[in-house]
Structure formats: structure tokens, C-alpha cells
Design a protein around this ligand. Sequence first.
Ligand code: SGN
Ligand code: CA
Length: 536
Amino acid sequence: MWRLFAFLFLTAALACASPEAEQKVRPPNILFILSDDHAYQAISAYDTSLIRTPNIDRIAKQGMLFLNASVSNSICAPSRATILTGKHSHMHGKIDNLTPFDTSQVTFPMLFQEAGYQTAMFGKLHFGNSPKGVDDFMILPGQGHYINPDFINKKGERKQIEGYVTDVITDLTLDWLAEKRNPDQPFLMMYMHKAPHRSWWPRIDKFEKYSKLQFPEPANLFDDYSERGTAAKTAEMNILDHMLLSYDCKVMPEAVKSLGVIPDPRDENFFKNNEFYRTTEEQRKGYQAIVDSITNDFVQQWPEMDDQAKMRWKHQRYLQDYLGCIESVDDNVGRVLDYLEAHGLAENTIVIYMSDQGFYLGEHGWFDKRFMYQESFKTPLMFRWPKEVKAGLKSKALVQNLDIAPTLLAAAGIDIPEDIQGQSMLPLLNGNPEKWDRDAAYYHYYEYPAEHTVKRHYGIATERFKLIHFYYDVDEWELYDLQNDPNEMHNLYYDDAYQDTIISLKVKLAEVRREYRDGPSLDKKFLNDYLKTLKR
Ligand code: SGN
Ligand code: CA
């Protein structure tokens, strides 16, 4: 509370001083934009081969683009808990999507609220409980829906809003900025999209447009996992084998059955389980016409296709819907950026765009995330603050989602709690990269046994190498040389030429686990086993 008084006092005092002086000390506003499962391969600031995202790119061009940002656990709710607390999963306890988030913990919006910020959150949180530290919120229940979504407000009421989820979340955000924002207070806006999460339903016009487009394939679409361990071989996220024809690819279930394909329950209940049942009559007509044309194409082509052609057909269908969702995200980000500009707010508002993790768009033959391999370990991240950060910067630093909270707190001049494990990225943003000392990013994934069957693993990534240990029902190590093998196709763990590298990486891994207090490294048995692996 004292901070609020200090801030109000300062503002009042400065009202008598020059406008420049006020500009100088006024804490920045924060617009934190989070998307769900947005692969960096689908942002043109990173990669122009799949889609143009001119609005998201604006943030990068006018600020700093992080080329090696990663998450500490590549799955939705754990990553969000890490963003909000600045801690690794084992410290905040939300190790997977199922464990409830312990709301007695401090999250950064609470600290902003206490410091005198006006705070709000709109969109997907996915904690199973309501956010703390926000004056206003409208959140999607659980994963939420794309079409005519329901929202939960601060009073706990549930309200359905007609429209497409990405547009609706943006409308709520813009309405709040226009009608509820108090110009005498700085604001923290958490603007959090559901898109482009599975099952990838674009708005009707984008669905139509993208269903007619074709996209390039990644070099390793047909990865057979022969040079990697058990985990990659047993994961159930292969586009050919595990992507569903109705639920995901939007072929009418009768057509799937008529061709003798055994339907998954999610396919059988296409209408009940999917977004279709939420449409108004008019929306239904629009979607149905496109679903019918997809179904016709399927019926004509599928019987003649071999497995390779089926993989290609499903991959195209997948990208069409996924990228159609992204175009709406980009348009809507543009609406909010325009609002900031039109209202003189752009200069002193920090805008962050990131995803809760990356995603496979066919690399290794996959969709989904979870693995520590590049496409899901890395996440898009860009940061704009015209008043303090130069335009057009790029950083290769090994920043992680746990650095968001301390960075924003530092930027706002709010004390960073001592138990936060992330580091402020301000030195990088201010052009002092020598003050950034992380040389290995730590990762730990837990959600197994579970959907997609990605085995538990932890590891470290340096600028050049990645060392991963899969455990629980296996005990396997993998090493990748990111310079010589950027697509991570060859596990080098058993290669004699890399044994010294492995030892130094294992020492680093033990150090990092100790520093972050990740349980087993402090355990005697673990240390003994660990020393044995060094002597292997
Ligand atoms: C759902 C999806 C999964 C996805 C998880 C986690 N299946 O369960 O494919 O991995 O969410 O996603 S679905 O049949 O319900 O679409 S996360 O972003 O929430 O972590
Ligand atoms: Ca996600």
C-alpha cells in the first residue's frame, strides 16, 4: 500500500514539475500478450516460410527479438505458473496440467497491484482457479472454446459471449483500456489468447482462406526416430498415426468410417466434443460448407494414398487450420498496438509477446509439444519499450519464461522477491549483455503417463549442446550438437568423440540442479548413481 501512496505522491508532485520530468519517473504500463502453443516457426520475425505476421513483427522490429528464449517445462499451465511466479515447476508445484495451482503463492500481478498499478487479465489462464492480483478479469474456463466462448468473471459468474474467441478476448481488452483504465495509474494488462491451441478452429473467413493454401514441409517430416532413444519412438504425437481425422482434420465422421478407418471416440463424437455444437445456425452453415469441401477432398484422395501421401495430406490440413488461427491472433495484436499508438500510450508501455511454449508443425513428424527438443523447448519472445529499449535488437541469450516476472518487476522499479529463480533481462534490453551470466538453460518435464506419452525428462541446453535425461520408466540420456545437427536427428551420447563434452555438461547439470534446488540432485542415492554415470 505504501508504494501506492508513494506513487500517487510522486505523481502529484510531478504534476507541478515539467512534463518531461513526469515522463521520466512514471512507471511503464505493461501489456503482456501470451498465446497458447504458438510456434516461432509461425511468426515471420523468426521465419517467413509459413506465414506473415506483420503486427507481431512490429513488436520485434520496434524492440528486441529473443532468438533462444525457452521454457522450463513445455506444457501450458506449468509454463504459465512459471511466468507468473518466476520459479521452476518443482518450486511453484504446478508440475503438470493436472496438479492444482497453489494460490497462496505470490504472482507478479499481485506485486504490481500492491505497488499501485491498475491490473487486469483477459483470456486463457488454465489454472483451474481464478487469478489473484488482478482488479478485473474475464477468463476462459479451462482450455476454453474458440466459438462463442464462455468466460468466468470476478464474481464467479459464467457468461457466454458470441463471436470468435481471439476477437472476443481482444474486444474485452480494448473495452477495458477505453472504459476502465484510470489514466492516473500505470496499468498491467494480461492479454492471453487461447489460439492456436488444438483443435485449431479458425474464424470462418480464415478457415476458408487457409483451407485453400499449401505450405512447405519441414525437412524431417518423415523422421523415423532411428537415431534417437525410446522417448521419441513411443511418443503419441505423430501426424500420420495420432492426429485425428475428424476431431483435428475436420473430415465429417461418416466419411472417415465409410473408408474403413477405425474412429477415435473424439472423432465419433465430433459434434458433441468439438466446436461445431457451439455455433449459431448461421455460423454452422459457414463452417459446414468448408468442412464439406474438406470431406470431399478426403473421400476422393484418401483411398489412393500411401502412408507418405496420407502424412502429407494431414500435415497440410493441420497447418491450414493452425495458421488460420494465427492470422486472427496477428490481426488482433495489431488492433491493440494501434490503440496504444492512437492514445499516446506506445512510448512508455512495455509490450511483450510470447507463447506458453513452442510447438511442432510437422518437425519430427509431430504436432504438440512437451519435449525438450528445439521446436517445443524454445518459445517466441519479443519485448518492446520505445522509451528505454532501442528498436531492431536481437538477442541470442538463453532467457527463459521464469525471467519474465523479475524483468517486469525490475522495469517497474518494484522489489524482486528473493526466492524468485529467474533473472531480470534488463541488462540485455539496455545493451549490457556482458551482465547476463546464464550459460545453460534448465528444463524439467513431468506429465507422464499422460496424453501423448512423452516420457519424463530433464536436461540443460547451452548455446551449442543439449543434454537430456529421460527417466521414470526408462533411464536414457541423449546429447545433441545444435551447431552440426540443428534438427536434433542424431543422438551423440554414445559417440566417443563427445565423451568429454558429456562429462562437463553433466557437471554443469548437477550445478544447475543444485542451484535451482531441484530435488533429486540433493539426494545421496541420486548423487551416487550420477557419479556412476560419469564413470560409464
Ligand atoms: C489437450 C489436447 C492435447 C494437449 C493438451 C495440453 N488434447 O488435452 O493435445 O497436449 O490439451 O495442452 S485435446 O483432445 O483435448 O485437444 S496445453 O496447452 O493445455 O498444455
Ligand atoms: Ca500451451
